[in-house]
Write a protein that binds this ligand. Structure first.
Ligand SMILES: [Fe+2]
Ligand SMILES: [Fe+2]
Length: 370
């Protein structure tokens, strides 16, 4: 074996590799171990952003970046430290495949309507009185609401309320960048005007329980907005039964016209981890981003403890062992690239067997504070 490795580091091989490189050719014999790992070894690393830091930076940004100055949105994205080397701009990578950001909209402001091939979703963290207008429907946003804007749909935002609005955005920007599939277009009117009455889609679907006769053909986003009150009711209903050993009580947002994920490329979930709950550890090929909507606790990722509380964001990269512990009743919003993994038939999951399914803690993550 040693002889084999030495051979591939020999001058004979190196000289030949250099020779073919001049002709824009590459040596698979050297490349294969690094290009085709035995199992997923993502460059994305586990990471946690504290709410104090995100909030402080959004507040600093509010006077500097106004919608009148262009730039489309006042959004600060969560750059995974392991993916900073991707050019340009780290591809906006929070995980290998997904982008996540916090966005601030102030009273009276509008963020212009545009459409792009990237899929987007939003989770409302703070405030009310603003709306997203998606394909001519105004969707008023309240804390805990989930909104989906699959690729290709017009969307813009306006704020009619009197307090700052902050929400989480998640898009498949790194994936679309990697596969060269970007199209982007501004709306001819700065903000798309409403073309249907407010509460049009939720009224037609009654929270997803029924499907209107005219939607026999599946639609991309038949329900644009999923209200927190209904999500909470679903979780509380489940809480009378045994929790899932890995995810506690969790519901996935779905597209009621086809039964699939609400956003075709990004799965979105709301979890309730009851106080004192300690999950089993597992790992999967899909990566996840968690936003702590309410509560506190910690997550152990590959042996390192990440303490979280309200407003924090946590990244669990592909194939990393993870388990959650809640100090109090906690509500966690999460997104995952499992629909992307499904499309490539790459979905795998493994449970952690040693030590009755819980990892040994070998370190503690130190977050960056403002
Ligand atoms: Fe957008
Ligand atoms: Fe998981």
């Amino acid at each position: 074996m040693a002889e084999k490795i030495d051979f591939f580091q020999s001058d004979l091989v190196k000289d030949f590799n250099r020779e073919i490189d001049k002709f824009h050719l590459g040596p698979l014999w050297n490349a294969i171990p690094e290009l085709m790992h035995k199992q997923p070894t993502p460059s994305a690393v586990p990471y946690l952003w504290k709410w104090e830091t995100l909030y402080a930076k959004l507040m600093e940004a509010q006077d500097i970046f106004t919608p009148d100055r262009g730039g489309e949105r006042r959004a600060i994205y969560l750059q995974n430290p392991g993916l900073k080397g991707r050019q340009p701009w780290g591809w906006g990578s929070t995980t290998q495949t997904l982008y996540a950001a916090v966005q601030l909209l102030l009273p009276g402001e509008t963020a212009p309507s545009h459409r792009h091939t990237q899929s987007a979703l939003r989770f409302i963290m703070q405030g009310d009185g603003a709306y997203s207008i998606v394909q001519g429907e105004r969707l008023f946003m309240e804390e805990g609401d989930f909104l989906t804007t699959p690729g290709g749909l017009w969307h813009g935002h306006a704020h009619l309320g009197d307090k700052p609005m902050i929400w989480m955005d998640c898009l498949d920007i790194p994936t679309i960048y990697a596969i060269g599939g970007t199209f982007f277009e501004g709306h001819p009117d700065r903000l798309e005007p409403a073309s249907v009455p407010d509460r049009f889609s939720p009224g037609r679907y009654e929270g997803g329980m029924v499907r209107p006769i005219s939607d026999r053909e599946p639609k991309l986003a038949p329900v644009g907005s999923y209200k927190w009150s209904q999500t909470l009711a679903a979780l509380e209903g489940m809480s009378r039964f045994e929790p899932d050993p890995y995810d506690g009580y969790a519901v996935e947002f779905i597209n009621p016209s086809n039964g699939r994920t609400a956003n075709a490329n990004i799965a979105a979930w709301m979890h309730k981890l009851p106080g004192g709950f300690h999950s089993q550890a597992h790992r999967h090929t899909s990566s996840s981003i968690y936003q702590v909507f309410k509560g506190s606790g910690h997550t152990i990722i590959d042996g390192i403890r990440y303490d979280w509380s309200q407003g924090d964001f946590l990244v669990i990269p592909n194939w990393a062992w993870h388990e959650h512990v809640a100090d109090q009743d906690s509500y966690l919003f999460s997104v995952s690239d499992s629909p992307i993994m499904d499309k490539f038939d790459l979905q795998r999951e493994e449970r952690y067997e040693p030590n009755k399914g819980n990892q040994e803690i070998t370190g503690q993550f130190q977050p960056l504070l403002p």
